[in-house]
Ligand binder design. Structure first.
Ligand SMILES: NC(=O)c1ccc[n+]([C@@H]2O[C@H](COP(=O)([O-])OP(=O)(O)OC[C@H]3O[C@@H](n4cnc5c(N)ncnc54)[C@H](O)[C@@H]3O)[C@@H](O)[C@H]2O)c1
Length: 222
């Protein structure tokens, strides 16, 4: 396993890498940096012979497009950043990793249900809708090369990124009231397990899919 980290989070990723049962190498990757993307395969090959898959757990949107101002007033420069980092990067990261894949590989991305408009989620919701579409096009084009591309649509989890979403507690209220299986915003294990399952050989005929790991909220009305 090779981990990637970015900016100020890089040192945190390095600390976490040391705590794993066997320490994982960490490479720097800023998905807005074309040079880093182009050099990614070479830097990964310094540590491993190739990859069986990639987990895309990357998202960012400037505060102003996360409920900071009215949705309709968002500036393209900020929307563009959200889309570049959160949506386009699924394609750019997959492209960068392609030379590392063997006959079969699995790409998994983390999604949040974008079928409705949520409070504050705003342009990140648009980015996630685009992420789902990007995953389907990648699945179409890369299937013949043996690459599966799937998303895990997780319920709300109290991560670093979640802290930057104003009104995040409103998501918690929705999940508290509606999840048939119940939901804990502190328990990242169900989403992680789904990612591992999709990365494994246990979904050999599944691609372009969105697996909901949300306690069942997507399936019920009120
Ligand atoms: N937290 C939730 O409630 C929730 C729910 C569903 C889906 N997700 C998704 O899970 C994924 C991971 O988010 P998280 O909630 O674990 O938060 P997080 O803050 O732990 O992860 C976001 C990651 O994106 C990385 N990142 C940001 N800009 C980058 C860039 N330019 N280049 C490379 N990496 C960059 C950060 O380094 C960070 O590791 C995101 O796609 C997020 O949308 C989160």
């Amino acid at each position: 396993m090779v981990l990637s980290g970015f900016g100020r989070g890089l040192s945190l990723t390095r600390r976490i890498a040391k705590r794993l049962p066997s320490e994982a190498p960490v490479v720097e990757l800023d998905v807005t940096d074309e040079e880093q993307l182009a050099g990614l395969a070479g830097r990964v090959l310094e540590h491993v012979d190739g990859l069986d898959g990639v987990l895309h757990a990357i998202g960012f949107a400037p505060e102003s497009v996360l409920g900071g101002k009215p949705f309709v007033e968002a500036a393209w420069s900020e929307v563009g950043t959200a889309l570049q980092v959160s949506t386009w990067s699924l394609a750019s990261l997959t492209r960068a990793a392609l030379p590392l894949f063997g006959e079969r590989a699995s790409v998994v991305g983390l999604d949040f249900d974008a079928s409705v408009a949520w409070p504050s989620y705003d342009w990140m919701g648009v980015a996630k809708a685009g992420l789902a579409s990007t995953a389907r096009y990648l699945a179409r084009d890369l299937g013949p090369r043996g690459v599966r591309v799937n998303l895990v649509a997780a319920g709300p989890l109290r991560t670093m990124a979640a802290k930057s979403i104003p009104g995040f507690s409103q998501f918690e209220d929705v999940w508290d009231g509606r999840a048939p299986l119940g939901w804990s915003v502190h328990d990242t294990t169900p989403a992680a397990q789904a990612c591992v399952a999709l990365l494994s050989d246990w979904f050999p005929a599944t691609t372009g899919e969105i697996v909901h790991v949300d306690g069942g909220v997507h399936a019920v009305g009120v």
